[in-house]
Design a protein around this ligand. Structure first.
Ligand code: ADP
Length: 268
C-alpha cells in the first residue's frame, strides 16, 4: 500500500502482531521515485538524441542505393558528407555518454596525478584556436606555475568543454579570455570568459543537467551533445572544486572553476 501526501510519496506496510494489533511502517520514497523518473527521462532523451541522426543516415543510404543511376558524383558526395557528419554526431554523443557514465560510476581511476596547470591551459587554448578558426579574438592570461592534484584526463575534458562552449556560443569577432590565477588565500581559479550570446538568469540553475539546453537548435548546429556542462560539473565535484557561472544575455558569460588550497601544489 502506498500513498501520496503533499508531494511526498510514502510506502506503507502494515504488519499484524499479537491478537488484534498491527504496526504501520511508512517509508518516504519521494527521493527514490524522483530518481526513477530522472532515469526514465534520461533514457528517453538518449533515445531521442540518437534517433534523429540515425533516421538521417539510413534515409540517405537508402536514397543512394535506390537511385544510384540518377545521381551525379557531386550529389553522391553531398549525401555521403551529410551521412558522415551525422555519424560523427552520434560518435560525440556516445563518447560523452561513456565519459559521463565513468565519472558517475565513481570507479573510474580518480588518478591522483600532479597535473601541471599551465600546460593544461596551453592545451585547451590550442584547442580553442583550432575550433575558432580565426573567427574570435582569443586571449590568455597565464597565472603562476601550479599543479592540481587529480586526474589530467578529467581536468582536460572539463576545461576543454568550457572553452569549446565559449567558441560555440560567441559570434564571429567576439572575444574569449582564458585565464588561470592563484588567489590570495592560495586557492586556484580557471576561468573562461566570452563576449557571446549569454544566458537568461532563469536557465543558470539547470545548465549542468544532462541534455538541458537553452536553445536546442543552436546547440545541435554547433555540434553540441547537451552533456558538456554535466561532465564539467562531475569532474569539478570529484576534485572538490566549485563551478561558477555568471552571465548576461547579449553581453557574455564567465565560467569559473575554483580549486581549494588542498588540491593545489605551488612550487617552493
Ligand atoms: P551543449 O552541448 O548544448 O553546448 P552544454 O552542457 O555544454 O551542452 O551546455 C548546456 C547549455 O548551456 C547549452 O546548450 C547552452 O544553451 C548553454 N551554454 C553553455 N555554455 C555557454 C556559453 N559560453 N554561452 C552561452 N550559453 C552557453
Amino acid at each position: 500500500r502506498g500513498g501520496h501526501h503533499e508531494g511526498l510519496t510514502l510506502a506503507v506496510q502494515v504488519i499484524p502482531f499479537g491478537e488484534d494489533q498491527e504496526m504501520v511502517l511508512a517509508r518516504d520514497i519521494t527521493q527514490l521515485e524522483r530518481l526513477d523518473m530522472m532515469r526514465r527521462d534520461f533514457v528517453a532523451n538518449v533515445s531521442h538524441e540518437l534517433k534523429t541522426p540515425l533516421t538521417v543516415v539510413s534515409g540517405f543510404v537508402e536514397t543512394l542505393i535506390d537511385g544510384d543511376e540518377d545521381f551525379s558524383v557531386e550529389d553522391r558526395r553531398h549525401f555521403l558528407e551529410l551521412t558522415l557528419s551525422q555519424s560523427q554526431r552520434m560518435q560525440r554523443l556516445v563518447d560523452d555518454l561513456l565519459t559521463l557514465s565513468s565519472l558517475q560510476s565513481g570507479d573510474a581511476p580518480r588518478g591522483e596525478e600532479v597535473v601541471d596547470v599551465q600546460a593544461l591551459v596551453q592545451g585547451v587554448l590550442n584547442e580553442a584556436r583550432l575550433l575558432s578558426r580565426g573567427r574570435h579574438e582569443i586571449v590568455c592570461e597565464q597565472g603562476p606555475a601550479a599543479a592540481i592534484v587529480g586526474s589530467q584526463k578529467e581536468l582536460y575534458s572539463a576545461f576543454s568543454n568550457l572553452v569549446s562552449n565559449a567558441v560555440r556560443y560567441t559570434p564571429e569577432h567576439g572575444e574569449i579570455r582564458v585565464s588561470w590565477s592563484v588567489l590570495e588565500d592560495g586557492s586556484g581559479r580557471f576561468a573562461v570568459e566570452d563576449s557571446g550570446i549569454g544566458i537568461e538568469p532563469q536557465h543558470l540553475e539547470r545548465l549542468t543537467e544532462r541534455f538541458y539546453r537553452v536553445d536546442q537548435g543552436r546547440s545541435r548546429e554547433t555540434g553540441g551533445t547537451g552533456l558538456g556542462l554535466a561532465i564539467v560539473k562531475h569532474v569539478l565535484t570529484r576534485h572538490n572544486a566549485q563551478l561558477g557561472i555568471a552571465s548576461q544575455p547579449g553581453t557574455g558569460s564567465c565560467f569559473t572553476a575554483h580549486f581549494p588550497v588542498r588540491r593545489l601544489r605551488l612550487p617552493g
